[in-house]
Ligand binder design. Structure first.
Ligand code: TXA
Ligand code: MG
Length: 324
């Protein structure tokens, strides 16, 4: 676990233009000084991410929001007040303090206050904003432990703060509040139902975060193994067929079928609770990769509560891959 010495060291790395991986309640982030274009460029390089993909600026508290955006609309104030610190990212009009490198050239900026003691201590020790995507290579599964980060990014990151496993396990919910009507660009750790209860109105959900960033391949949040989605009651039969035709099959077994014998190379039983499912999802996909599976058979949960974010990630993981 990170000590106060680690936090001072990490803040120094950020000040010197380096990269620090840090825990948040959702997933680990790969952070750079948001106001340093060269440091931000290193984030894209380390991830192998196209430079037109905007990053999230992490800040220490809701009262700092006005420093990073042009104006704070009433809806943003309401949502920040209710959900920060927390797994909610707000997209607002970019303030002059935010370099275009951090927003992929967009005139908007994504901002959030993470709900993790180590992240908040880092932000406080550093004093500025930390631009951070998830600390994984572009397109792959987000890391939910410090070991995942080290395994995936190695020397590309200057310092890794260890805050233990992430509590939420899927990324933040991204809400665009630049228009008259707020819309969800990516479902995540804060549920649509909770947002709607606070807003007092239904929310439009765009099932990918790409609406503002077109032209990329759809596969994302993906393990090395190919992911196939079937109906829950077909998972066992699909796994057997694929295993018998020579695949090394990994199974995310729906909780309704817990205990049912499955012919496959590796089986992970999905927890009944959506909280636990979200927390374990990425670790399970990594585990199936580690065990050498070349195909993962899974099904989608009910798309309510955290199930909406889980289904979104599974669909993206099952999307067509880049060739080569
Ligand atoms: O939970 C999280 O959000 C984690 C932790 C580290 O905070 N971060 C994360 O970052 O998931 P990343 O870069 O993997 O995903 C950020 C998403 C991207 O899909 C990006 O397109 C979207 O946020 N985004 C960032 N700025 C945006 C903007 N100005 N307009 C629309 N989408 C934006
Ligand atoms: Mg990511």
């Amino acid at each position: 676990m990170a000590t106060s010495g680690d936090l001072e060291k990490a803040a120094g790395v950020l000040r010197a233009g380096g990269l620090v991986a840090f825990p948040t309640e959702t997933v680990y982030g790969l952070g750079a000084n948001a106001e340093d274009p060269a440091a931000v460029a290193r984030v894209f390089q380390a991830k192998g991410r196209p430079s037109d993909h905007p990053l999230i600026v992490h800040i220490g508290g809701p009262e700092q929001l006005g420093d990073w955006v042009e104006d704070v609309p009433a809806t943003a104030r309401l949502l920040a007040g209710r959900f920060w610190p927390g797994a909610l990212t707000l997209v607002l009009r970019r303030g002059t303090r935010v370099p275009r490198e951090a927003t992929g050239g967009l005139e908007t900026v994504a901002v959030r206050v993470p709900d993790h003691p180590v992240a908040l201590a880092l932000l406080s020790a550093f004093g500025g904003g930390v631009a951070a995507p998830s600390a994984n290579r572009f397109g792959s599964v987000s890391p939910t432990t410090a070991d995942h980060v080290r395994a995936e990014l190695g020397d590309a990151v200057d310092f890794v703060l260890d805050g233990g496993p992430c509590e939420v396990g899927v990324e933040s919910t991204i809400v665009d509040v630049t228009g008259d009507v707020p819309s969800v660009l990516r479902p995540g750790g804060v549920t649509r139902e909770d947002l709607e209860a606070v807003l007092g109105r239904p929310l439009a959900v765009h099932s990918t975060s790409r609406v503002r960033v077109p032209g990329q391949h759809p596969s994302h949040y993906a393990p090395r193994a190919r992911v196939v989605l079937v109906e829950p009651e077909q998972v066992v039969a699909e796994a057997r067929l694929a295993q018998e035709s020579g695949h090394r099959v990994g199974v995310l077994l729906p909780s309704a079928f817990a205990g049912v014998p499955v012919r496959a190379h590796a089986v992970v039983e999905v927890p009944r609770s959506m909280d636990a499912y979200a927390r374990e999802l990425y670790g399970s996909l990594r585990e199936l990769d580690r065990r050498g599976c070349d195909l993962v058979v899974a099904s989608l949960p009910e798309e309510e509560g955290l199930g909406l974010a889980i289904a979104n990630r599974l669909r993206r993981a099952a999307g067509p891959r880049r060739s080569g």
